[in-house]
Every structure is written in structure tokens, then in C-alpha cells.
Design a protein around this ligand. Structure first.
Ligand SMILES: *Cc1c(COP(=O)(O)O)cnc(C)c1O
Length: 372
């Protein structure tokens, strides 16, 4: 006996599942490799590991795991506000179980059936999922040939049913950033009530700045950040967003109590102080992405993030990723990103040694492709 499938909400049948990068253990098992020989460059994690200060903090607090965490992450929010500066306070900060968790709670307080959300694609796919659970219709706007946002098309797509617009900058998986002047014009121009969510998961690696200061001028702007990337805490699940205090108050009315666990909260607080680790990670990524861009023979795109996008045409991305997987290199085939086509792979920037091994293997495939 199994449960009758009709018990589930019918619309779930239409949802595309979120496709994560592959794990080291899966690849080791599937290809008979030693986990230690595998390099994982498929999920944009910090290849230097977690922030050491965060790990110390977790160890010292593990024996208090019997206690509930704080309800509204007051201390972490104060610390984040101070880190951002610009006159923000904890009232401007909402924390969740990863930025994904923040997105879930925002969708919970904003989206009703019949609302529209607008997403310039190709981009991160979770925005769409988070909103569709609550009945939103998703409208895509195509980015241009260089994956810049077409703001004219974006403006045209906005109407009174629009509830949210999602802009990722630096954009996953293309690596380019948003033009800040265009964003300002866009926010000034539109007078419908909607929320513009700018996802800055990768802003630490960018040399082109943040739009977080604009939250003060535009109360319908929310800027999302995460501890999963440069801080190396993807497994702990902490993310946050900066917003108008009225949004933050609603957020905490609706958020799942204790969604952020005690160790994750304290680890995130410690990670904010880990300047040495952060600097080291950022410098490694900035050098590494330049190296990969110069070295790899397939065309790649300029990136402000800790990954680069590569076009493997005429080879299929799934083929190239599959061949590299056999050699113990995990990359992200981008087929599941709508509008990108099937010849793209996203590569997380690794350590210098990993980058060298990776570039050699990729270039061997490139040369092989030309011979055929
Ligand atoms: C990784 C990532 C996130 C956040 O992930 P969490 O681990 O849920 O904090 C958000 N947006 C983009 C574009 C990402 O790549």
C-alpha cells in the first residue's frame, strides 16, 4: 500500500524540482573513485573550507545544543547591521535558514494565487519555486546576448498583478552584475506596489559594489545575502536580507520560530569577524577566475563571482560535465537553467592546484572536439 497521490496539492505535479550540484560521495560511488581524489567545483562553495573562527565558535557551543536558539536572531542581526554600516540597524535585517529560507518566508508573507513574479533569465531557479508554492504566475524576461538585464522589457512586464521582481547580481550562472543606474531608474519609474529582491549572494567577490545603500531610498527594495559562499557555511544554512523595517516586522510575524539553529547563528556571528579568511578567499577567487578565463580554450564569460560560465559548443554541456566527472571533477551542467541552452557549464573557481588540473582536463576535451 502506498499513499494516494491525490492527497497532494495538484499543482505540485507541474513543478520542476530544484536541481542541486552533485555530491562527492555520489560521484565516488558512481565512478569507483576515492572521495579524496574528487574535486567539487559544482556548487560555488568555498573550496578553502569553513571560516575557522566559525568552527571554533561551534565547538565551544556544541554542549548547549539542548537549548532553543534565540527567536529572532537579535545578536546576529545587530552584528550584520554593524557590518553593513550605512546607518542600518537590526530592524533592517531579517535572517533565515539560508537565503533560500529568507525567500520562503518572504513568499509566505507576499504571494497569493494570481500574483505575478517577474524574473530576468537565465538565473538562479529557486526564486520561481519559492513563489510558485504560494500560487504565483512566473513571467520570464530574457536577458540580452551578454546576459545583461533588458530593463525596457522588464518595465513592460510589470503590471498591477506584479508582486515581486528577482534580480541576481552577480548573476548565477552568468557572473555579470547589475547596472546600478538602471536599477535606480527602474525603481523610480514604476509606481505599482511590488517588491524588488536583489540577490547579492556573490557580492563579496565582486569589484563592482553593492546596491544595499539603495534600500534607504527605495522601501520596496530588498537585498539578500548569504553565509553559504565566501564564509564557507553552506552546510549550516544562514542567510539574511536588508529591508525596510516594516517588511522585517511582517517577516518575523510569519517566520518559522527557531528556523535558524543555535550553532548556525553563532557561527555566522563569528564568521563576520573572520577578516583574514574572508580576504584570503576573495583574493584566491579573483586571481583564480582570471587564470581560468585566460587558460580555458572554450569561450568563457567575464565574472564577478566565484564561478565562471563556459560555453562548450559544439559539445553538449552534459557530455563535457559527464566526461570530467569520470575523472573526478564535479562541475555544474547548466541545462536546468531556463533559456541558457544545453552547451553551458558553470565552474566554481578552485584552489590554484585545482584550477590547473581542471584547465588541463577541459583543454584536452577542447582539442579532442576539434579533431573530430
Ligand atoms: C547560493 C545561492 C543562494 C543562497 O543560498 P543559501 O545557501 O540558501 O543561503 C542564493 N542565491 C544564489 C544566486 C545562490 O547562488
Amino acid at each position: 500500500m502506498t499513499v494516494n497521490e491525490n492527497i497532494f496539492r495538484p499543482f505540485l505535479k507541474e513543478l520542476k524540482e530544484y536541481v542541486p550540484g552533485k555530491s562527492i560521495n555520489d560521484v565516488a560511488r558512481e565512478h569507483g573513485l576515492m572521495p579524496s581524489d574528487i574535486i567539487k567545483l559544482g556548487s560555488n562553495e568555498n573550496v578553502l573550507g569553513p571560516s575557522p573562527l566559525a568552527m571554533e565558535s561551534i565547538k565551544s557551543l556544541a554542549d548547549r545544543s539542548n537549548l532553543y536558539p534565540s527567536m529572532h536572531q537579535k545578536e546576529l542581526r545587530q552584528k550584520i547591521a554593524k557590518f553593513i554600516g550605512l546607518g542600518y540597524s537590526s530592524e533592517n535585517i531579517m535572517v533565515g535558514a539560508g537565503m533560500d529560507g529568507v525567500l520562503d518566508t518572504l513568499a509566505r508573507i507576499l504571494i497569493e494565487p494570481g500574483n505575478e513574479v517577474v524574473i530576468p533569465i537565465p538565473t538562479f531557479t529557486y526564486y520561481e519555486l519559492a513563489c510558485r508554492y504560494y500560487g504565483a504566475e512566473v513571467l520570464y524576461v530574457m536577458r540580452d546576448a551578454n546576459y545583461e538585464i533588458d530593463f525596457n522589457a522588464l518595465i513592460e512586464s510589470i503590471n498591477p498583478a506584479t508582486k515581486m521582481v528577482f534580480i541576481c547580481s552577480p548573476n548565477n550562472p552568468t557572473g555579470n552584475t547589475l547596472n546600478q543606474e538602471h536599477l535606480k531608474e527602474f525603481l523610480t519609474h514604476i509606481h505599482h506596489d511590488f517588491i524588488c529582491f536583489v540577490d547579492e549572494a556573490y557580492y563579496d567577490f565582486s569589484t563592482e559594489g553593492s546596491v544595499v545603500d539603495l534600500v534607504q531610498d527605495f522601501p520596496n527594495l530588498i537585498v539578500g545575502r548569504t553565509f553559504s559562499k565566501v564564509y564557507g557555511l553552506a552546510g549550516l544554512r544562514v542567510g539574511y536580507a536588508v529591508a525596510d523595517p516594516a517588511i522585517v516586522r511582517q517577516y518575523y510575524m510569519a517566520a518559522t520560530p527557531f528556523a535558524v539553529n543555535r550553532l548556525a547563528e553563532k557561527a555566522a556571528e563569528a564568521a563576520l569577524d573572520d577578516n583574514l579568511f574572508i580576504m584570503k578567499s576573495i583574493m584566491m577567487v579573483q586571481k583564480g577566475r582570471t587564470y581560468l578565463k585566460e587558460k580555458i580554450l572554450f569561450p568563457t564569460y567575464p565574472s564577478q563571482a566565484n564561478f565562471i560560465l563556459m560555453n562548450t559548443a559544439p559539445l553538449k554541456g552534459s557530455f563535457v560535465a559527464g566526461e570530467l566527472l569520470k575523472k573526478g571533477i564535479i562541475l555544474r551542467d547548466c541545462q536546468s537553467f531556463p533559456y541558457l541552452g544545453d552547451t553551458f557549464i558553470r565552474i566554481t573557481v578552485g584552489t590554484p592546484e585545482q584550477n590547473q588540473r581542471l584547465a588541463e582536463e577541459i583543454n584536452e576535451m577542447y582539442s579532442g572536439a576539434l579533431k573530430r
